[in-house]
Design a protein around this ligand. Structure first.
Ligand SMILES: Nc1ncnc2c1ncn2[C@@H]1O[C@H](COP(=O)(O)OP(=O)(O)OP(=O)(O)O)[C@@H](O)[C@H]1O
Ligand SMILES: [Mg+2]
Length: 247
């Protein structure tokens, strides 16, 4: 077990967000966390990462390094792509040449061209920035990666490419990941297991193993699973909001 959340409860200003959440990440396991907006996904991820101290419960960590990828790339505007990608390494004491080396390798893995490495974030496209954010996370050779809706803001074609990059990296480097998304198809593509956090402080309302292996599931399989699950009560809440906002 790389990470275990035990009986976690949290709330803000006396308002409970969730209670009694138990969640564990096995070594090399990618767990997708979905749930309606405001149910506490980001809060739970921040608790798991140690950024927020939970009001109740305990977090057990059995790993050395983690990394995070957010919805926005959060690159430092005054640093080149190379220095942004190598930032975590430099911060943990790596030599400049070594971090530049790793940055170049990680950049290539996420499809950034060598000539892009000298550019500043403002000179990169949105998609390139998000690729750099993924490369920065992978550069520190994390044991656990926390993703908070990393591809929500990128267009559909690129989203798939970035999902595939994460799937390949997770398989190759065998890191564990907690992957927050509100997109059930994305969850079913990238993860081994899916947990659903309900709204109104219900806690986890579903915990499912996803058949097959990330990367080896075909479009049809993903589509059928999404169809089947989206009809179930535990998942319905996810789509209620969408229907309302579409109306
Ligand atoms: N720092 C804070 N202070 C007060 N309330 C907060 C704070 N952070 C989150 N909340 C509240 O806690 C609840 C859960 O927020 P959180 O951001 O974890 O939800 P989420 O599931 O990630 O939502 P989304 O899908 O929109 O990202 C919300 O009602 C939110 O308003
Ligand atoms: Mg959130």
């Amino acid at each position: 077990m790389k990470l275990a959340l035990k009986a976690i409860g949290h709330g803000f200003l006396g308002r409970p967000v969730f209670e009694h959440v138990d969640l564990a990440l096995a070594s090399g396991e990618v767990v997708a966390l979905i749930g309606p907006s405001g149910c506490g996904k980001t809060t739970l991820l921040q608790i798991a990462a140690g950024l927020v101290e939970p009001l109740r419960g305990r977090v057990h960590r059995a790993y050395r390094r983690h990394a995070m990828v957010f919805q926005e790339p959060r690159l430092l505007p005054w640093m080149t792509a190379r220095d942004n990608i190598g930032y975590g390494l430099r911060a943990s004491g790596a030599e400049r040449a070594m971090s530049a080396d790793v940055a170049a390798r990680r950049a290539a893995e996420v499809g950034l061209h060598a000539r892009d490495l000298d550019k500043y974030p403002a000179e990169l496209s949105g998609g390139m920035r998000q690729r750099a954010a993924v490369a920065r996370a992978l550069a520190v050779e994390p044991d656990v990666v926390f993703f908070d809706e990393p591809f929500t803001a990128v267009d559909v074609g690129l989203k798939r490419i970035l999902q595939d990059l994460v799937i390949a990296a997770a398989a190759r480097d065998s890191f564990s990941a907690l992957f927050v998304t509100h997109d059930l198809a994305e969850a079913v593509r990238v993860a081994h297991r899916l947990v659903v956090l309900g709204g109104n402080a219900q806690g986890l309302v579903a915990d499912r193993r996803i058949d097959g292996t990330p990367g080896a599931r075909g479009n049809r399989e993903v589509f059928d699973l999404v169809e089947a699950w989206s009809g179930e009560p535990a998942f319905r809440e996810l789509f209620d909001g969408e229907r309302e906002s579409a109306a």
